[in-house]
Design a protein around this ligand. Sequence first.
Ligand SMILES: [Zn+2]
Ligand SMILES: [Zn+2]
Ligand SMILES: [Zn+2]
Length: 142
Amino acid sequence: MNTSKDNCISEFITYMDDTPIKDQCFIIRSMKFLKHKQQRLLILRHSYVCAYCNTICPITPHCHLMKQLWKHMNHCVNNECSIPHCISSRMVLMHFKRCTMRSCLICRPVRYMIRQKNCTRNKQVVGMLGIKGHTFNAFGSE
Ligand SMILES: [Zn+2]
Ligand SMILES: [Zn+2]
Ligand SMILES: [Zn+2]
């Protein structure tokens, strides 16, 4: 009886090894990649409009770093820049600026957020922060 059970398991494993599962792995991997980009965009957007200038931001501990990154990115044009997150963030922002796909999974949460909080307040906050660079004013200035 035990052997048949084992066979069953090994059959199942063989089935798991089949192509559809590999496809699934690919999907899961790209989902993780997507999630990463999505989160980067969200945190960039948050720090862009965040009013906690000199105090510790209660929303995310990365906020302060992201604000520094914004200041850096506003004048950085180096395609081999070694500042952490500079290139990857610029990439994702560039995508956000150019992306016209309404259902894009990377942009959707941020677009949703922008629609939720209307831009009128954000403009003031952005002005206060003094980081309204012309390069990346993609957020909240429609
Ligand atoms: Zn913040
Ligand atoms: Zn840079
Ligand atoms: Zn997009």
